[in-house]
Design a protein around this ligand. Structure first.
Ligand SMILES: C[S@@+](CC[C@H](N)C(=O)[O-])C[C@H]1O[C@@H](n2cnc3c(N)ncnc32)[C@H](O)[C@@H]1O
Length: 279
């Protein structure tokens, strides 16, 4: 993969040309955007999402609680003193994106957004026009190629790997199979980080009604990436080598909620989340 990176203000423009936008095949980022009520999606994404929603109406709430977890995890990691963030599978940015939340705590926070989807990168660039190129970069790259990301000049121009970095893999390893070694990928990222670094991760799971999520995801069988479901133990294994912050690996809305959970949220067990600190 080429280093299609770009910082704000055009500091990173190595042979960058606007990527072709793929309208013919549903894409995880645009399905997720539709579930969140966004407008950055096409007919093919909406159709895929609606097939899934017919079988599993909870998907909208799942998307919402997942995005909210991302914000809480970033805030807690920033409050714990981390000022650098590597957001992998960052998605189409909305209000409360990683940089916004981190800079409420540390105005000088450094953030690199990584996603394999050209539309995500295009939206991220638009959002970040005018931001400080020394503190923000966007990299179009695939989480399944950790070395590409970890060796990228754009990443190293913004993040200092001798200091703690929070790696965010929020609802992204769901698109990486065991054959592609999802757990090995997480280890490669953790290995590259200094002690005191963080890992925030959420992941889809079967939930209390076995078969339901599995059936619903068939709605996007033709999407560019398939959704993998993992149970709580498998999600916990991503945190090997870290010390889990309380309350550990829990259903997504229950990770340090900032309001009393509703009954509906308590029942939302189609995914797990956690935050660990590298020893
Ligand atoms: C469900 S969205 C999650 C977005 C964001 N992390 C959040 O939680 O709000 C999944 C994101 O992962 C990205 N993604 C999926 N597979 C990927 C891969 N192999 N490499 C990089 N990004 C990937 C998609 O493009 C999409 O933006």
């Amino acid at each position: 993969m080429t280093d299609e990176s770009i910082g704000d203000g055009g500091a990173w423009l190595p042979q960058w040309t606007p990527p072709p936008i793929e309208r013919g095949q549903a894409r995880p980022a645009r399905i997720y955007d539709y579930l969140l009520g966004g407008k950055d999606n096409f007919e093919v994404d909406r159709e895929a999402a609606e097939v899934a929603l017919d079988l599993m109406p909870e998907l909208r709430a799942m998307a919402r609680v997942n995005r909210a977890f991302l914000g809480r995890a970033v805030r807690h990691l920033a409050e714990a003193g981390i000022t650098q963030f590597l957001d992998i599978g960052s998605g189409i940015p909305g209000p409360g994106n990683t940089g916004e939340v981190a800079r409420r705590v540390h105005p000088e926070a450094r953030v690199v957004y990584v996603d394999y989807d050209p539309i995500v990168c295009a939206h991220s660039r638009a959002l970040l026009v005018g931001a400080d190129p020394d503190r923000t970069a966007i990299l179009q790259a695939d989480v399944r190629e950790p070395k590409t990301i970890l060796d990228s000049g754009a990443v190293h121009a913004v993040l200092d790997f001798d200091q703690p970095i929070a790696v965010l893999m929020v609802a992204v390893l769901d698109f990486v199979s065991d054959v592609e070694d999802a757990h090995g990928i997480a280890i490669q990222f953790l290995d590259a980080l200094a002690p005191g670094s963080g890992l925030a991760l959420s992941h889809a799971s079967e939930g209390r009604e076995p078969g339901k999520f599995g059936a619903a995801r068939k709605g996007w069988n033709n999407a560019t990436s398939q959704l993998v479901l993992r149970d709580r133990q498998e999600v916990g294994r991503f945190f090997t080598g870290t010390e889990l912050l309380a309350p550990g690996v829990v259903i997504i809305p229950a990770w340090r909620p900032d309001h009393e959970l509703t009954d509906a949220e308590r029942d939302l067990d189609y995914g797990y989340a956690g935050v660990g600190i590298k020893r």
